[in-house]
Design a protein. Structure first.
Length: 117
């Protein structure tokens, strides 16, 4: 039963992102607290715009908004597939090293995008 809840929530999120353009629609998307507090773009800044562009087939525009989003989506898909498989793949996905690596890469992306881009 839990799996259906996640599928419905994901489809609702995708439908919402497909329907409402963050650039043109009303201010229904929340402000980024990192951007608001520090003035820096966080690793997720631009993801709503990138997801909307991606869902409409505008790949270059999605990449320009946030190149980190496609990488995270691929990683999430691999984690979803790997979580349902027993053994080494599942233990790797759920290991503290993998989580630490993901967090470190996200912080590194935030630094690079704010200093060098």
């Amino acid at each position: 039963m839990k799996r259906w809840i996640w599928i419905v929530a994901l489809l609702a999120l995708l439908g919402f992102s497909w329907m409402f353009d963050p650039l043109e629609g009303p201010a229904i998307y929340p402000r980024c607290p990192v951007k608001w507090l520090t003035g820096w773009d966080c690793p997720g800044c631009g993801s709503a715009r990138a997801l909307h562009a991606l869902l409409h087939g505008r790949l270059a525009e999605a990449w320009a908004f946030n190149p980190w989003l496609p990488i995270v989506l691929v990683m999430a898909l691999l984690a979803l597939i790997g979580s349902n498989r027993p053994g080494k793949i599942r233990s790797f996905i759920h290991s503290p090293i993998t989580l630490t690596l993901f967090v470190a890469l996200s912080i590194g992306w935030m630094i690079v995008r704010n200093i060098y881009l």
